[in-house]
Design a protein around this ligand. Structure first.
Ligand code: FES
Length: 339
């Protein structure tokens, strides 16, 4: 079973394979449909079948009224497409804010001062977000901070973050003390550092330090969607060990023909950058200018690309000045501040 699903009134379309629900396929295509539990209880993914044939793939407890049944309402989380179908469903311009109590699944050291925080949502509640977005993490009301999500929205129960631990910082200290099964409140998602589904341009990702986190989410999602556009990642770290997922990125090269990768050390780009104790803002400024000069030299026409920049202050500002102030199309530039 497989079919093309066309949504009305947006006219967006995507393919669904027989083992996937229409909801999962829509989310994997980056379309923000309304949903809640993903398992047939809440009714929030209700939509109307206008034409074509669907097949039930899982039981649902939610009960439709007679009027809804006669109008062809279905639950998108419980049905797949058996043929090409047309479905009436509203897409939200933005995903509404959610507040979810998650539990720590794992806390792993990535480097001496960067940790991977892996949270899991309850079985009946998933976090709806788009690749590249951020959430607010609240630790028992004692400390909170906003961080970009490092994982793919295609696995919306398992949410990962790359967090740099900062000396004498209350949030960092609370993160370090977390144990498996501790609770963390997650609020969000926020931000528009998201893929432009309407663009078929190649993409340059410029990730500085833990700016790799939201870029990882974007690349994994693009690969999940099997996007054919060329993706090139420049990952600039302040020290050799800060390419903390180098092997993962190298594995993407082996699997995806359209992906390429340039790992760079800040010191190689700008010899006066001194990584001892982490780079300061003025050093990042010099490093980002050096990178942008290199990227310009390596690509004949930057306006053929969409450019995504993620990193600490002031790399996004430097990139904006270098690119957009010099005529690069504003709508092809996105940035996010990370730390
Ligand atoms: S998402 Fe809750 S019933 Fe489908």
């Amino acid at each position: 079973m497989a079919g093309l699903v066309r949504l009305q009134p947006s006219d967006h379309h995507f393919h669904v394979d027989g083992n996937d629900s229409i909801l999962d396929a829509a989310l994997q295509a980056g379309l923000p449909l309304n949903y809640g539990c993903s398992n047939g209880n809440c009714g929030l993914c209700q939509a109307r079948l206008l034409s074509g044939e669907v097949g039930k793939i899982s039981h649902h407890d939610f009960v439709f009224g007679e009027a809804e049944k006669s109008m062809g309402h279905i639950l998108l989380c419980s049905y797949t497409a058996v043929s090409d179908v047309v479905i009436e469903a509203q897409e939200s311009a933005a995903i509404s804010e959610q507040h979810i109590t998650t539990r720590v699944k794992k806390l792993t050291a990535l480097t001496s001062d960067i940790v991977l925080l892996h949270l899991q949502t309850p079985r009946t509640q998933r976090l709806r977000f788009l690749a590249g977005q951020s959430v607010r993490l609240d630790l028992d009301g004692e400390a909170s901070a906003t961080h970009p999500i490092a994982s793919c929205p295609c696995d919306d129960r398992n949410i990962q973050f790359h967090i740099r631990l900062i000396a004498d910082d209350a949030f960092s200290q609370r993160i370090e003390s977390l144990k498996p099964a501790n609770t963390v409140q997650v609020m969000g998602p926020f931000g528009d550092f998201t893929l432009n589904n309407r663009s078929d341009r190649s993409i340059l990702f410029l990730a500085f330090d833990t700016g790799f986190a939201p870029v990882k989410s974007l690349i994994e999602h693009a690969m999940q969607l099997e996007q054919s556009e060329n993706l090139h990642l420049y990952w600039i770290a302040d020290a050799e060990e800060s390419h903390y997922m180098h092997n993962l990125v190298r594995s993407w090269i082996d699997v995806f023909d359209s992906f390429s990768y340039t790992p760079l050390n800040a010191k190689d780009l700008y010899p006066r950058a001194d990584p001892a104790g982490g780079l300061q803002a003025d050093a990042w400024q010099d490093v980002s200018q050096a990178l942008l000069r290199q990227v310009s030299a390596e690509h004949d026409k930057l306006s053929d690309f969409d450019i995504y920049v993620a990193g600490p202050d002031p790399v996004a500002r430097v990139a904006w000045d270098f690119l957009v102030q010099n005529g690069f199309p504003q709508e092809q530039f996105k940035s996010i501040l990370t730390c």
